[in-house]
Design a protein. Structure first.
Lengths: 316, 288, 316, 288
């Protein structure tokens, strides 16, 4: 029995596996025991009702999927009155996710979502199809600092800043979020992409551009998790292309304290539970008593001289 | 030996306490053994699989979200929704009737007896309901819509309710399900080849059925055109109706908001609903 | 018979398919007729001999591969004296590829590589594992402008600037390259990534970070090709994750004038020829007389209102 | 019907003029029908495939770059190099002997007669050469190194040259190829289980062979330790030697510079060479 608990700042989770915002709702209780999850992460909510983007909202890629849902929401009031109570029927901590188009509304949203039953707030400052000044603040460190600062002043709950993989300098953004008072970073949202249907000559999804998720993104986001975890002291939550227990382990070795799973829940809705069990079994086999010992455990050696490396046995 | 590439929990609860705290776990991920998978005509296949207790609990109008094997060197990443065509509880079998239109359904077509069908389900509210007191119903389907309408027709038959099945198709060869539907009621074929599938003709047929008191409830699936027609006549004659709708899906369970359809209630209020969660069966008068 | 020719600026190619730098040498004549290719693109060369990065230099990803070869080269002199004559035994135009660690050397390299037999110079200003000031100029528009400007003054040959997908604002970089005198853009080099071997706990490749190529990158690079081709007037050459004729078509619809193929040549060395034949056949089937008509032919309609889109038939 | 997901040109030139202008096309992409694929012991399999004229032209030391099917739900993206174990020209067959160590080789192990093996080849210079005038050679291999050394041993036999085959392995069960090698020469098994595989013992065996004039040339593959030993004794006694080297590969053809190994020539000059292009067979005295 591995000690599967992890600490994301002050918040202790029973295990490091939780859903990614937008891929989860209590409706999944229809297929599995939600109490096994490390945390419950709600779909991003904004102040008012939003219809979201035109259909079709997803398309299949060669190596995953592209989506532009457009953050449909019933608004903050519905979230407080209906969704929080529903989530509270389960034991794992609830992480709210919020979005807004300007820094002021973001701060107000953070205040309004800080209701009993919410354990932390993930701030979705990285919606891939928005502008840096209008919902995708995480494209730049200055926008990020400003929006996080305002949110920090509006709530006492832990803030998890969800970063954008489309930023040119993700470590600068990570440091800005930390400096402004974020308690953890979620790395990352989807990667901006395009798919064209060569039969119709039209973009494959209604919004033209969309966010890429699934296994194709893993080596990119993993690199960012590594870079961010080296650049900041606050915990990093890895999110991108995780489809199996081995991916959870790889993210933790890269520096993640916990992980989020999006796409894979669409493919196999119970996959998160298989991952938890898989990581547990792997730790036992490898002799890790605590899963948290994996965080940042990648071994870094000095780069080998090229000639020497070319005289080494394979895998040696 | 081979690495596990995609995680998947055991399909039946393995640990004590491993069960939903809030509601029963009514759907599951399951690998269902394929018993047969035969061509019905040039475009459609009929698959029979061995069910599990949970999957066999599927009710008319529900669907399964299926991950077929890839038909080529690439991968499939999203499941494909398929209505349940028949639930044969006595023999523990589930049946699907599907049209091969793309990579997913063509992949499904490659499955042979002995292979497994990878499903999640049953899903959807499956709210096909025969209104209290109805003596005769009309089902109007085109293409794979016929697969979706089969279970409700069968249920009607079991309850001693009369069924008129209007089967619309491009050509006689493609008008499948006639065998099945002739077991549960009267079959009328509406074909493109002889013009009988035209909206004017279908309207005539429907008006006649209404006149004959053969239409206490309407059910439709598979054609926007026919859906609009049934909606109009249903409204005119105050006949309650239901429609099974389709939309591209991802999760099939509710969280992702991919499978939206627009609706309008009697009081003019418009809203978006999720086909997988709020449907796939909806009030015909609210559907657009 | 489709007219398969395309014009990359003043240079006419027999067809739009050519190898990506680093995945091609005349050694491939062992498996196919190199004269069928649209152009021959040489491996990047620098002034002096370079050993490159430590082994292992590649690893397999879930959706492609990661590499850090480190631009080994025998130097410019060897290129001029041995490689150019070898390439000249084949008919397609030769595109040299050069790299340097500062703008001055880059300009000199451009001058020195402008020898008879070279039809254009691709400037590799986007080596993913280097710094913006030291070989990865394409991370930022200012560095890009400066380096391209110097090169423009040093040669009369067409300059193809190879951009980086790791830039925060790829269209700004594209515009900077154009303004400085580039004649075409190659979009793009590999995406910076990391893979960790969870058995050894070490990075899977000798250099730790590497560049991701293969199908997982296609929707990202395709989006960039679309964005760049809208932002500049010079031709854009698409490069990233192309493994089949359909991908060539998708890139052309997005705005590419021609494409480059890297990874796929490792998998199937004759794949480029299959793609040329495949695109030709597709054009015939669809009634396109000239393949060049595909460039930028994606149909763009006004975004549909969400509610209306949700009343439309699927695929309609 | 299914989309073509990965492009691949026809394996034989289809159009006139579709042939190299500079050199002959000596290698090809081919799908070779699997005739058999059997376990030799717990770790090794032996595969026989039907060759084509080009693939059957493979010479000792050359290899094929193989794309096995995936053994799991994921994909394989890079080919795996495999030495040619035997070329049976009379029957048009190629044979491979391979150890199942990871996803690629485990995927290869799933192939059944009737499936196809996806190969590119023959590749490499394949420069295994028996020096002029040699009467007796010694081959020293460990593990799959034995596969690589088989063709040169066979060639020696065909030329009437004596072969002593030193087969190093963890245990008697894993010392494969004894049958094959006993057909071409004298077999000596060197095992971990009885300590005979230890470097000191192998050195004793080699020195004895040298003393007995049974060692006019050395060939080795599969163990850095044994390679170093043979190199030392070769140098000491001026016995020419060759080693077949391995390195992780991508293209297998030369352009990518992935498969580098370090060498040092007699005059102390160090360089990097590509195993796929410059080798995989190298001068033992220059190998490091
Ligand atoms: C609730 C529900 C129940 C369904 N029941 C059945 C059934 O019983 N039998 C059956 O044959 N089909 C049924 N469908 C349709 C089926 O899901 C699609 O045919 C299938 O997803 C196409 O997958 P593909 O990969 O083969 O085709 P793709 O390559 O994805 O698409 C091929 C063509 O089919 C269209 N298409 C894609 N997805 C759908 C979809 N969800 N609905 C309709 N058209 C689509 C595309 O626009 C395209 O024109 C149902 C759909 C839903 C939503
Ligand atoms: C020129 C050449 C000829 C070869 N001939 C044979 C042969 O005849 N029979 C045979 O069984 N093997 C041979 N090999 C080795 C074979 O290529 C590897 O065993 C194979 O690539 C491993 O693939 P995998 O996916 O099964 O293992 P991976 O999952 O890739 O790796 C599993 C283990 O094998 C090691 N490995 C990976 N690649 C190689 C490699 N190229 N060489 C050695 N170890 C490797 C890894 O470091 C790891 O420890 C040859 C290699 C080369 C370069
Ligand atoms: C259909 C869909 C909807 C999403 N909705 C949201 C959302 O509302 N808020 C958010 O922060 N991220 C959202 N995301 C992004 C995911 O939370 C996650 O960052 C991304 O999918 C990468 O993880 P994955 O590769 O495991 O899917 C969504 C992703 C998908 C695929
Ligand atoms: C092994 C390898 C070596 C490469 N070497 C170079 C190089 O020398 N110069 C360069 O500009 N790009 C180099 N690249 C990048 C490719 O040219 C190309 O931009 C990239 O691989 C994306 O295309 P792909 O997805 O088709 O592989 C290399 C890529 C690989 C995989
Ligand atoms: S498919 Fe996800 S909500 Fe319906
Ligand atoms: S594997 Fe590419 S050069 Fe050897």
């Amino acid at each position: 029995m591995t000690d599967m608990s992890v600490k994301v700042g002050a918040l202790t989770l029973a295990n490091p596996v939780m859903p990614a915002s937008g891929s989860f709702s209590v409706d999944l209780a229809k297929v599995m025991d939600l109490n096994r999850l490390g945390a419950l992460v709600a779909k991003t909510v904004s102040r008012e009702y939003r219809t979201g983007n035109p259909a079709p909202r997803v398309a299949e890629l060669e190596t995953g999927m592209i989506n532009s849902i457009g953050l449909p929401t019933k608004g903050i009031k519905y979230f407080q009155e209906h969704q929080v109570p529903e989530f509270r029927e389960f034991t794992p901590p609830l992480i709210a996710s919020i979005s807004a188009e300007d820094a002021e509304d973001f701060a107000n949203m953070a205040r309004d979502v800080s209701v009993p039953g919410v354990s932390a707030i993930e701030i979705n400052i990285s919606c891939p199809t928005r502008a840096p000044g209008g919902g995708n603040f995480a494209l730049h460190e200055d926008h990020t600092y400003k929006v996080v600062k305002g949110i920090r002043e509006a709530t006492d709950l832990p803030i998890w800043a969800k970063l954008s993989p489309n930023a040119g300098d993700v470590t600068a953004v990570a440091q800005a979020a930390e400096a402004a008072g974020a308690n953890a970073l979620t790395v990352a949202n989807t990667i901006l992409g395009l798919k064209i249907n060569i039969d119709s000559f039209k973009p494959a999804i209604g919004n033209k551009f969309g966010g890429i998720s699934g296994p194709g993104t893993k080596p990119i986001i993993l690199r960012m998790v590594y870079q961010c975890s080296k650049a900041v002291k606050i915990p990093v939550i890895g999110c991108g292309g995780i489809v199996k227990a081995e991916d959870v382990i790889e993210y933790m070795l890269a520096g993640a304290t916990a992980v989020q799973v999006g796409y894979m829940t669409f493919r196999n809705p119970t996959a998160m539970i298989a991952m938890i069990d898989g990581v547990d079994a792997w730790c036992e086999k490898k002799g890790f008593k605590k899963v948290s010992d994996l965080t940042g455990a990648m071994i870094e050696e000095k780069l080998m001289d090229t000639f020497t490396s070319a005289t080494m046995p394979i895998g040696g | 030996m081979a690495a596990t590439i995609f995680a998947s929990a055991p399909t039946t609860p393995a640990k004590p306490g491993y069960c939903a705290s809030r509601a029963d776990i009514t759907a599951e991920e399951a690998l269902l053994p394929v018993l047969s998978n035969e061509w019905v005509n040039d475009e459609y296949k009929h698959m029979i699989v061995q069910g599990t207790p949970k999957t066999l609990a599927a009710v008319p109008g529900q669907f399964f979200n299926i991950l077929p094997p890839s038909p080529d060197a690439g991968d499939l990443w999203l499941r494909r929704p398929q209505s349940i065509y028949q639930v044969d509880k006595a023999n523990g079998r589930l049946e699907f009737l599907y049209k091969c239109v793309g990579r997913g359904t063509n992949g499904m077509a490659t499955l042979k007896p002995g292979d497994n069908l990878d499903v999640v389900g049953p899903l959807g509210k499956g709210a096909f309901e025969i209104p209290e007191g109805a003596k005769n119903i009309v089902v109007l389907g085109r293409g794979v819509g016929l697969a979706t309408l089969a279970p409700i027709s069968q249920l009607a038959k079991e309850r001693g309710i009369g069924v008129t099945a209007l089967l619309s198709a491009r050509s006689p060869e493609l008008a499948m399900g006639a065998d099945l539907y002739s077991k549960v009621g009267t079959v009328v074929k509406l074909l493109d080849t002889d013009g009988t599938s035209g909206v004017e003709n279908v309207e005539k047929v429907l008006r006649q059925l209404i006149a004959e008191k053969k239409a206490d409830a309407f059910f439709t699936c598979g054609s926007a055109r026919l859906q609009a027609l049934m909606k109009k006549l249903g409204k005119e004659h105050d006949i309650s109706g239901q429609v099974a709708m389709e939309q591209v899906m991802a999760c099939g369970l509710g969280p992702c908001y991919v499978c939206i359809r627009g609706f309008e209630t009697a009081d003019g209020h418009k809203d978006l609903r999720r086909v997988c969660f709020d449907g796939p069966v909806f009030n015909l008068q609210e559907a657009l």
